[in-house]
Design a protein around this ligand. Sequence first.
Ligand code: PLP
Length: 366
Amino acid sequence: MNIPFLDLKAAYLELKAEIDEAILRVTNSGYYVLGPEVEQFEKDFAEYCGANYCIGVANGLDALTLSLRAMGVTQGDEVIVPSNTYIATLLAVSQCGAIPVPVEFNELTYNINPELIESAITDKTKVIIPVHLYGQPVDLDPILEIAEKYGLKVLEDAAQAHGSTYKGKKIGGHGHAVAWSFYPGKNLGALGDGGAITTNDKVLADQLRTLRNYGSAQKYINIEKGYNSRLDPIQAAILGVKLKHLNQWNARRQKIAEMYFLGLSGTNFILPEIIPEANSAWHLFVIRSKQRDKLQDYLQAHGIQSLIHYPIPPHAQCAYVTELSHLKGKLLLTENVSNEILSLPIGPHLSEESVSYIIDVLKGFS
Ligand SMILES: *Cc1c(COP(=O)(O)O)cnc(C)c1O
């Protein structure tokens, strides 16, 4: 058996006819930047998320950066982030000249620990960025309460949470703004880069539309120093096709997660925990083992590709050596857990036979 971590080509082939038709519709339309395809996808995705507005941008990093800019984050401000996220969450903060303040997480859900947030707040704090890591929504209500108490904004990083729900409602409209990535490997992925922001705040939405387009709402009138960060219409058309299949594809992921839970219960691997308030989109299925590296080699020897999300926490990266190296050795949970986590294959095109095989191989590990 040879099992890739994620089969992106199979995802394309399942929808090939619809996707090819959507691409041709754009090439034939004469609109190649913004225009009707982007507007249609923004409308569809806002509706899917239960949010009032959606603004398509070039990628997930820009979705975060532009949101922070629109929230007024600037030089010297502090932004609270989880310590175990993908580095993009922190880079967005740095791009605004602000300082990311990493806070540790709950070791079973892997999401930021709301109990540790208050002590990280200073008079420079402007925004909290909860990340719905691995597809499981953060317990948002306590965080929204803290934000209200201190007059802060909440920007959700939902790059891994397309279709996840919190308290029965889709992620996308809980916080002040929600940043999305459509990187190909995400649950809703383009055939290239893409991103978006959803929000219920009209003022913020208007600001974001301007920011993504050179700071201009009206051609050649520039009210601020903006970006060129627009969702490409070809990607928007492709995303529109894939959005119609998202729930069904997430259901396949859910089925695989259930098989892993059932098959791996009673083993020594630590399995993820989902809070009762949440439904995960199962972007990743992450287990823990004290012998992680040996386990990964063993799986590879049996033809099973696994990945690590993420092997080096952002504060320990070279990129943050000047700002955050004082935290090295202090975020112990983050540093220890990063040596134990392993992401198993999961995706809408992973067969149940493959999952059974992976479970059998895992059970043979000692
Ligand atoms: C993928 C991802 C991003 C960045 O998205 P891009 O589209 O690659 O810029 C940000 N945050 C998290 C948690 C991600 O997984």
